[in-house]
Design a binder for this molecule. Structure first.
Ligand SMILES: C[S@@+](CC[C@H](N)C(=O)[O-])C[C@H]1O[C@@H](n2cnc3c(N)ncnc32)[C@H](O)[C@@H]1O
Length: 362
C-alpha cells in the first residue's frame, strides 16, 4: 500500500513542565506501521484515544474520524494539526453516532479498561462486517483482561510480537452482540449516581471524595459555587442538597463525565461545562470552589495541571470566598497553594488525605 506518512513534529500542548515526557510512544509508531503494512487502504478509518495527535497527523491522508473524550485532547490534536498545516474536521466522541461505517479502527489503549470496552462497544455498532481493529499498548500495561474484553466483541484476537516494548492486538471477525447498557451506578447515602463507562472512579465512590464530603465547609451564604473536575457530579449534588437555592456550576474535561453529571444533577440553577480550564468564567464570580483535583493523566502523574487550575480558581473567587480541595498527602499541594493564597488551612486530615481551605483575602 502507498506509504501514508511523512514525518510531522508533534508537541504535547499540555501543562506538563517535565520536558522528558514525549507526545507519543512506541505504541503509536507500531500502530502506524500496521496501517502502512496493509494490502488495501481502508474506506473509513477511525482513531480512538490519540493523545496529542500523532496518529491524526500521520494518518491524515485517510481522512480519519478522530474520536476523543477530553476537551484538552481535542484542543491538543487540533493544535498539532494546525501546526502541521493539516485540515481535518471529522471529530466525534464515543457517545455519538458516526456518519460512516468504520472498516479500520485504531485504538491507542486507554488506561481504563472500562473506557477500552466503551470504545469497542461504540465501534461494534458503527462498523462494517469486515471491521479490523488495531489496538496498541506498552507491554508493561498489558493485562489478560484486555483479551477477555476483546473476546467479547471479536472471534479472532491476535497479538503482534513486541517491538520497542509495544504490542498491537489485531481484532477481526466481529461478533453480533446485543447493545449493552454503557452506564454503571454507584451509591452514596442511599443516593444512586450514574456514570458512563470510563468515568472516574469506577464502581464505587472515590475514598478521597467521600472524605471530602464528610468534611467540606459549606456556608449558607455561599450562593455561587463551582465544582472543578466534577466527574459524575457527586460533590456538586451533595452541595445542592444542602443549598437548594445556590447557583452551581460543574466543569469537567471529559465529555463522558459531563454527560454522566447531567444524569445526576439538573435544575434551574445548575450549569454544566465541558472544558479543561476556567477561561469561560469572569474574575470574582464564586463564593466557593470545590475540587477533588485531577493529577493522574493516563499512566502519568502531573501536578502542573491542578496547580494551573488552582491559579484560575483564585482569579474566579470573590474576595472572602474559598477554594476547598482534597488531596493525597504526598502531593504536597500546601507549598503551591501558599504561593497563591494568603490563608491556607488544613480543615481535616487522616493518614492518607488532607483537605485544604484556601481563602481569598484580597
Ligand atoms: C479525581 S477526579 C474527581 C471526579 C469527581 N469530582 C469525584 O470526586 O468523583 C478528577 C476529574 O477531573 C477531570 N479533569 C481532568 N483534567 C481537568 C481539567 N483540566 N479541567 C477540568 N476537569 C479536569 C477528570 O476528567 C475527572 O473527572
Amino acid at each position: 500500500m502507498h506509504h501514508p506518512t511523512s514525518s510531522y513534529p508533534i508537541k504535547r500542548f499540555d501543562l506538563s513542565t517535565n520536558t522528558s515526557l514525549k507526545a507519543w510512544s512506541a505504541a503509536d509508531e507500531y500502530l502506524l506501521q500496521h496501517v502502512t503494512d496493509l494490502d488495501n487502504p481502508p474506506k473509513h478509518m477511525s482513531i480512538y484515544h490519540d493523545r496529542f495527535g500523532f496518529l491524526a497527523c500521520h494518518l491524515q491522508a485517510f481522512h480519519p474520524t478522530v474520536i476523543t473524550i477530553q476537551k484538552s485532547q481535542e484542543k491538543a490534536i487540533k493544535a498539532n494539526l494546525e501546526l502541521n498545516g493539516i485540515s481535518l474536521s471529522n471529530f466525534s466522541n464515543p457517545l455519538s453516532s458516526l456518519d460512516n461505517k468504520i472498516d479500520l479502527a485504531l485504538i491507542k489503549n486507554p488506561k481504563s479498561l472500562a473506557l477500552f470496552q466503551l470504545y469497542l462497544e461504540h465501534l461494534i455498532h458503527h462498523s462494517t462486517e469486515d471491521l479490523t481493529v488495531f489496538s496498541a499498548f506498552m507491554t508493561r500495561h498489558f493485562t489478560p483482561k484486555l483479551l477477555k474484553i476483546a473476546g467479547e466483541y471479536f472471534e479472532e484476537v491476535k497479538q503482534s510480537k513486541a517491538k520497542k516494548k509495544a504490542r498491537v492486538m489485531i481484532l477481526t471477525q466481529k461478533k453480533h452482540v446485543i447493545r449493552k447498557e454503557i452506564i454503571d451506578t454507584i451509591v452514596y447515602k442511599s443516593r444512586v449516581y450514574q456514570q458512563y463507562w470510563g468515568v472516574f472512579s469506577g464502581g464505587h465512590i472515590d475514598y478521597a471524595t467521600q472524605y471530602f464530603l464528610e468534611h467540606m465547609q459549606i456556608r449558607q451564604t455561599d450562593h455561587c459555587i463551582l465544582d472543578v473536575g466534577s466527574g459524575n457530579g457527586i460533590i456538586a449534588n451533595e452541595i445542592a442538597i444542602q443549598l437548594p437555592d445556590a447557583e452551581i456550576h460543574l466543569l469537567d474535561d471529559s465529555c463522558l463525565a459531563v454527560a454522566s453529571a447531567k444524569l445526576n444533577i439538573t435544575g434551574a440553577h445548575i450549569y454544566h461545562h465541558f472544558n479543561n480550564d476556567l477561561s469561560i468564567f469572569d474574575d470574582h464570580t464564586f463564593d466557593l470552589i470545590v475540587t477533588n483535583p485531577p493529577f493522574h493523566f493516563e499512566h502519568e502523574i502531573n501536578i502542573d495541571t491542578p496547580i494551573q487550575l488552582f491559579k484560575e480558581c483564585l482569579r474566579c473567587l470573590k474576595k472572602g470566598g474559598s477554594l476547598q480541595l482534597v488531596a493525597n498527602h504526598h502531593l504536597n499541594y500546601k507549598v503551591h497553594l501558599e504561593k497563591l493564597f494568603s490563608s491556607v488551612q488544613v480543615i481535616a486530615q487522616n493518614d492518607k488525605y488532607v483537605i485544604y481551605r484556601c481563602i481569598k483575602t484580597r
